[in-house]
Structures are given as C-alpha cells and as structure tokens.
Write a protein that binds this ligand. Structure first.
Ligand SMILES: Cc1cc2nc3c(=O)[nH]c(=O)nc-3n(C[C@H](O)[C@H](O)[C@H](O)COP(=O)(O)O)c2cc1C
Length: 202
C-alpha cells in the first residue's frame, strides 16, 4: 500500500460523523501501513468548480491543438485524476444530503470521471481505467437505510458503487454511521461504525 486518498465531503468539522469515522480509519491505516502516503482532500474547504463550457471542452476534446490551447482549463481535472490513479485505496467519507451525495462530492466526481483517463468505450462496452484499486465508503445519515422502509431512498451507496464500478473500482466496502437524527440510535452510531472500521479487510 503506497498511497491512500481520502475524499471527505462533510463541512461539519469535529461535529461530523463521517469525518470522525474517517479519522478512525485513517489511524488504523497509518498503523497498518506506516510508510503509506495519506492524502486527505477536504472538499468542504476546497469548493471545486462545477463544469463549465470551457472545462467541458478541455476535458473531452479529441483535437490535440484544442487540448493544448485549453490545457489550463483541464488542469484541475488532470491533477485530481492523477491523484486518484496513483492511489491504491480510495476512501470516500460523505454525509447523505437529501437522499444523495452533497454537490461538493458530485463536483469531484464530475472532474475525475473522464473519457480517456478513467474510462473508455470499447467494443465490449465500457472499460474502467482506474484499475487495481480498492475503495471504502464511510457514510453518515440521519435515518436508517440498511434495512426498513427507507432503504429504497438511499441514493448514496448505490450511486457511489455504480460510478466507482464504471471507472473500474469494484472492490468496495462500506461503513455506516446511520440514524444520526434518531436520538436512540445516534448515541451509538459512531462507536458502532468505528468498530466496523476495526473489522474491515484492509
Ligand atoms: C442539508 C442536509 C440534508 C440532509 N438530508 C438527509 C437525508 O436526506 N436523509 C437522512 O437520513 N439524513 C439527512 N441529513 C442528515 C445527515 O445525513 C446527518 O446529519 C449526517 O450525520 C451528516 O453527516 P456528517 O455528520 O458527516 O456531516 C441531512 C443533513 C443536512 C445538513
């Protein structure tokens, strides 16, 4: 394990359940792989841009001259993709917001899911290019989504697994701090998730 990339989306600092569990995971990974490089990208502080017309052209053109002319506009996407491709393990720590992911995380996804860099179309269908990586999802939610009536409302884990699979990351484990808005569950949610971190296959 050489490089571990954490993508963290909650803006809630020390109050954040997903960040607290991701801290536990970072500590465990540091114990297991003391020489690994840990990158922690705080999306709440970074404000990645939404894709605009110029950036879209810069990251999708097949014309070498146009790509050269627009290379500045592609730079952030290039850097984020390089960082992802160089990592052996990707950790995405995120809250559920309105049953999906925060737009800060979607902005990161829009910058790294890019034809020719992280996926390509082939005769056999789509080929993910971000291969030989594992991922861990650390998810926090106010309600409970692993069972019960709200399960179909979870557009976080199914979406993240689908989009990661699309770029070639299929070895994905999940840890959840759920029920954060349900007092009886909230109290034990982070300790339970921290225990689940101890049980992850790393
Ligand atoms: C803007 C916003 C939207 C939310 N939407 C949902 C939701 O759709 N479903 C849910 O179960 N919890 C929802 N919550 C609760 C959060 O998922 C919960 O507080 C969680 O702990 C947030 O993660 P964090 O502690 O890492 O910030 C929402 C919270 C906020 C602030």
């Amino acid at each position: 394990m050489n490089t571990i990339l954490f993508i963290e989306a909650s803006p809630r600092g020390k109050a954040s359940a997903s960040r607290s569990v991701s801290d536990t995971l970072a500590a465990r990974l540091t114990d297991l792989y003391p020489s690994a490089k840990l990158i922690r990208r705080n999306l709440a502080a970074e404000h990645l841009p939404h894709l605009d017309d110029t950036t879209l052209r810069a990251i999708s053109t097949k014309d070498a001259d146009e790509a050269e002319r627009l290379k500045e506009a592609a730079r952030q996407s290039d850097q984020l993709i390089d960082e992802l491709l160089e990592s052996d393990l990707l950790v995405i720590a995120t809250p559920m917001w309105n049953f999906g992911i925060p737009s800060a995380l979607k902005a990161w996804i829009d910058l790294v899911v890019r034809p020719g860099r992280t996926f390509q179309y082939a005769d056999s269908g789509v080929l993910g290019l971000a291969k030989d990586k594992k991922a861990i999802l650390v998810l926090a939610s106010g309600g409970v989504f692993t069972s019960g009536p709200w399960r179909p409302w979870d557009f976080v884990e199914p979406y993240l697994r689908q989009i990661l699979g699309f770029i070639g990351i299929v070895d994905v484990q999940t840890v959840r701090a759920e029920g954060m808005n349900i007092p009886d569950l909230a109290i034990g949610a982070v300790p339970r998730a921290n225990k689940a971190v101890e049980e992850l296959a790393l």
